[in-house]
Ligand binder design. Sequence first.
Ligand code: HPA
Length: 242
Amino acid sequence: MTTLAIIGGTGLTQLSDLNIIKREQLDTPYGQPSAEFVTGELNGSWIIFLARHGNPHTIAPHQINYRANIWGLKQLGVEQIVAVAAVGGITGDMAPAHIAIPDQIIDYSYGRKHTFFEDETVTHIDFTYPYNQKLRSRLISAAAQANIKISPLGTYGCTQGPRLETAAEIRRMERDGCDLVGMTGMPEAALAKELDMDYAAISVVANWAAGKSEGEITMDEIERHLHKGMANTAELLKAFVG
Ligand code: HPA
């Protein structure tokens, strides 16, 4: 049986439908992971859940110990990761509360510990397709089964945060081909690939990205839309594991 992990982001610090079986604190050669690894049963399947920003939510995107998180999951025997994260919507359908299963990434983050390969052996992973295609297909099917409208493609741009972007930065990202903007997709996806784990993402749109709607982006607005998007995500995940 394949061991599946779900990494929860902003708005998904806990999985309310998870019947918790155990909680494990792990230390890794890279330091402390964001939170305890929670093993539980979700809709008849065993999964491991990790709160990316800690529980409670206290760790900013640029301060997350991505290496400890991914290493810890690998130590626990995890082979597949579904990563949930809030994003801003840039193009077309990517309206607040919408869900996308991105297929590409552009990385604008910097200064993060982004590789396990730091010794003399130079290793270059292939990253042409950053997300695992089979896992993506299964997520897309699960969404159809749960009757949730999603976008089955999208390019995710990862910014450094924790501030949101300027309108000009978003215009540049749109010209680059980004559909979504978030702060936590990298180096998480690359680290999973380095350890040979299947990784796919569920991007939940919290707001129109900077300059894509009237006025400023408020935390109130983000929370309201995330609430709805995460409720759909929970249904999608149940269908996915079921
Ligand atoms: N930008 C970057 N990350 C985000 C946003 C955004 O507008 N909304 C939620 N996460």
